[in-house]
Write a protein that binds this ligand. Sequence first.
Ligand code: SF4
Length: 79
Amino acid sequence: TYVVTEDCIKCKYTDCVEVCPVDCFYEGENMLVINPSECIDCGVCEPECPAEAILPDTEDGLEKWLELNTQYSAQWPNI
Ligand code: SF4
């Protein structure tokens, strides 16, 4: 899965949401998240993010963000 990380906070762009083929972005007050159980790992959102906030969870050190994407996507509305 891909995960949204810290640099998304207060970002106003939704370019990632427009390109996601499975609509798995969710929106809270300060940032967007990806629902890891819906993401099909296509990777098209990563280069669209102007803040470079979207990363594959295979990168080191993203455990905390994977957990937050999982938790928040269960609570926040789909965008
Ligand atoms: Fe959506 Fe693909 Fe990005 Fe996953 S990797 S959030 S399916 S655009």
